[in-house]
Design a protein around this ligand. Structure first.
Ligand code: HEM
Length: 357
């Protein structure tokens, strides 16, 4: 024993067969290797009656197996952990004032321009649908940047945009990391104003959003404006031979045509929620019901039986007593949308300059 301990101190060659038994059974070695944590009543030895292996197995390269194990750990452990990291109060310890700071900046900017709130809200939607909510819409990396995709403009904090428009306040989950991809071609999957209700449903479903989310989130159009550009087809070329969308209320059609004349300036803007575009409320849904939807995609929500009944559900006489609340549903859907393909934990990056990778 003394001879062996002396060898240990002098630096023993553990590959020598006779030394292995001493070495791997030594309590300190076992402790260092995190082995025999359960204090097995027998010693370590080269042979086992339980495991079926041979002496030559000792020559097998363990690296590929270790690599597999690490990959599996990443898949099951880290990705699960990273999902779990998106939560309310993520910066509670590291930057407790972050929400107050962001909120006050958004409020300041919005006070100087009433269009900011709707623009921010729309951009959150676009950011989330293209490659997840990762701020990639902010990247300025040339002509192919995501921000140059049709209709994109710039992004910011969203809850405040909704609150500023008198919308519902809700708790925002934080902990998203920044994406490392920004390409306008990826925005091809965005829902379009001329998409059929089936396509709109499918595009939302691909992002894990339900028909109810489609209805409630489309009601974000309760604030903001659209360019006449998006109205031309609906007003003048709805059918191959011309004509307007028959779902437009006949008393509303002349009004729309006067604001957006055929061959007129497509950049002229009009409120999407007629009569109430400055306030966040469910009047957009009422407008959709009565043929006063401005955007074709909004009107199509009333074509389909399922989405129609969701729209109607907010106007039933018993709805308030049944706890049906547009504001609460909108807040829930926003939280859900804010979770689309988020990068957390070890994924993505943290940009020092928002517009650069
Ligand atoms: C269902 C699919 C949707 C389609 C096809 C659609 C389409 C459009 C279009 C064409 C405009 C006018 C853009 C412009 O002229 O600048 C617009 C504006 C807007 N959209 Fe949507 N949208 C959809 C869903 C959403 C969602 C889910 C949100 C947010 C949760 C949203 C928020 C907004 C806002 C706030 C505006 C007004 C922007 C402004 O005033 O500058 N939209 N949308």
């Amino acid at each position: 024993m003394r001879r062996r301990v002396t060898k240990m101190i002098m630096g023993v060659d553990v590959c020598m067969t006779s030394e292995k038994y001493f070495y791997f059974n030594h309590p300190e070695v076992q402790k260092a290797l995190h082995a025999n944590r359960t204090n097995l009543p027998y010693e370590w030895s080269m042979c086992s009656d339980v495991l079926n292996y041979s002496q030559s197995d000792g020559d097998i390269d363990m690296l590929p197996s270790l690599k597999n194990i690490i990959n599996m750990m990443y898949l099951f452990g880290y990705s699960g952990m990273s999902q779990g990291q998106l939560r309310v109060g993520f910066y509670g310890n590291t930057c407790p004032n972050v929400e107050t700071i962001v909120s006050s900046v958004v409020r300041q900017v919005a006070a100087s321009d009433q269009n900011i709130a709707p623009v921010l809200l729309r951009l959150h939607f676009h950011d989330c649908f293209v490659q997840g909510c990762d701020g990639s819409i902010l990247i300025e990396n040339g002509d192919n940047a995501e921000r140059h995709a049709f209709g994109h403009q710039g992004v910011g904090d969203l809850k405040d945009a909704v609150v500023l428009a008198n919308g519902p306040s809700y708790e925002v989950e934080t902990g998203r990391r920044d994406g490392v991809i920004s390409n306008s071609s990826l925005a091809d999957i965005m829902p379009e104003v001329t998409d059929s209700i089936q396509i709109l449903k499918a595009k939302f479903s691909q992002k894990g959003l339900s028909e109810k989310d489609l209805v409630v989130l489309s009601a974000a159009h309760t604030i903001g404006t659209t360019a006449c550009f998006f109205m031309t087809q609906r007003l003048y070329n709805f059918f191959p031979g011309g004509g307007s969308d028959p779902s437009i209320n006949p008393s509303f059609l002349p009004e729309l045509m006067a604001t957006c004349p055929e061959n007129g300036n497509v950049n002229v803007r009009l409120p999407i929620d007629r009569g109430s575009s400055g306030t966040f409320d469910n009047s957009i849904l009422q407008n959709i019901r009565s043929g006063f939807a401005v955007l074709q995609s909004d009107a199509s929500l009333y074509e389909d039986l399922d989405t129609r009944s969701i729209v109607d559900s907010y106007f039933g006489i018993f709805s308030p007593f049944m706890g049906i609340s547009f504001e609460a549903d909108f807040a829930n859907a926003m939280v859900k949308m804010g979770r689309i393909d988020v990068l957390t934990g070890f994924h993505g990056t943290i940009r020092r300059v928002c517009s650069r990778f």
